[in-house]
Design a protein around this ligand. Structure first.
Ligand code: SF4
Length: 231
């Protein structure tokens, strides 16, 4: 029996075209859902959007660019999507199994914090709001770190084995952090800073507290807890 190579090549070619068409159709559906979600401020089919956007990220970036969607808008959408999908699971993790990672750029430029194996150790000197925020978050039961470098989070996750984390940072950092948390099997929530840069960046502490309080019974929040950002 002789193998008909031309028929085999034809079949491979047809399958390849079919695969490209399927990817294109799925990508167009994801594009429509993303645009609809962004415009309406409501997530449509998040269970389809998240795996789809992750699996086809390269194609989707090209399509978003083609329709004029800025990279920043896309990143913000990724973060909102991740937070929305993880909120329930995050709320179910006890606070003593959660950790918060703050970027070092939130500190005052003249911060006297010491660099330790557990990250930068805030001295609560009052030059910035980080010290008071850490006090509040630790009172709630969180383990809070100021991140000095890129491999630090993985190291602390390995050491303390939290089941959930909140990452604060610029859009790109938060998106990467959420993806890393997912790879490590953790529930990740992201809070995007208000101002990018390398020094004295800003975060809306109330947004962080809103996330941090998810799932905490009111009885576990000390009555005299003083939230500095409410001032
Ligand atoms: S409060 Fe903490 S983080 Fe802020 S400048 Fe002082 S030591 Fe640094």
């Amino acid at each position: 029996m002789t193998l008909d190579f031309s028929a085999v090549f034809l079949l491979i070619g047809e399958l390849a075209v079919l695969a490209v068409l399927v990817v294109l159709v799925v990508a167009l559906i994801l594009l429509a859902l993303t645009l609809l979600s962004i415009r309406s401020g409501r997530l449509y089919f998040p269970n389809l959007l998240r795996p789809g956007l992750t699996a086809l990220e390269g194609v989707m970036r090209a399509l978003f660019k083609a329709v004029g969607l800025e990279d920043q808008e896309m990143l913000a959408f990724f973060v909102t999507l991740g937070n929305t999908m993880n909120a329930q699971a995050f709320a179910e993790v006890p606070v003593d199994e959660r950790a918060i990672f703050l970027p070092q750029c939130l500190r005052n430029a003249r911060c006297p914090a010491d660099l330790t194996p557990e990250g930068l150790r805030c001295k609560r000197c009052g030059r910035c709001t980080v010290g008071e925020a850490i006090r509040v978050l630790e009172t709630l039961g969180y383990r809070v770190f100021i991140v000095p470098g890129s491999s630090f989070i993985k190291r602390m996750v390995k050491k303390y084995r939290p089941r959930a984390l909140i990452g604060v940072g610029c859009l790109a950092e938060v998106k990467e952090g959420l993806e890393m948390a997912e790879r490590l099997g953790l529930v990740g929530m992201g809070v995007v800073s208000l101002k990018d840069g390398c020094v004295e960046t800003l975060v809306d502490w109330n947004t962080l507290y809103d996330v941090a309080l998810l799932g905490l019974p009111p009885s576990s929040v000390p009555e005299d807890l003083h939230l500095p950002a409410d001032e």
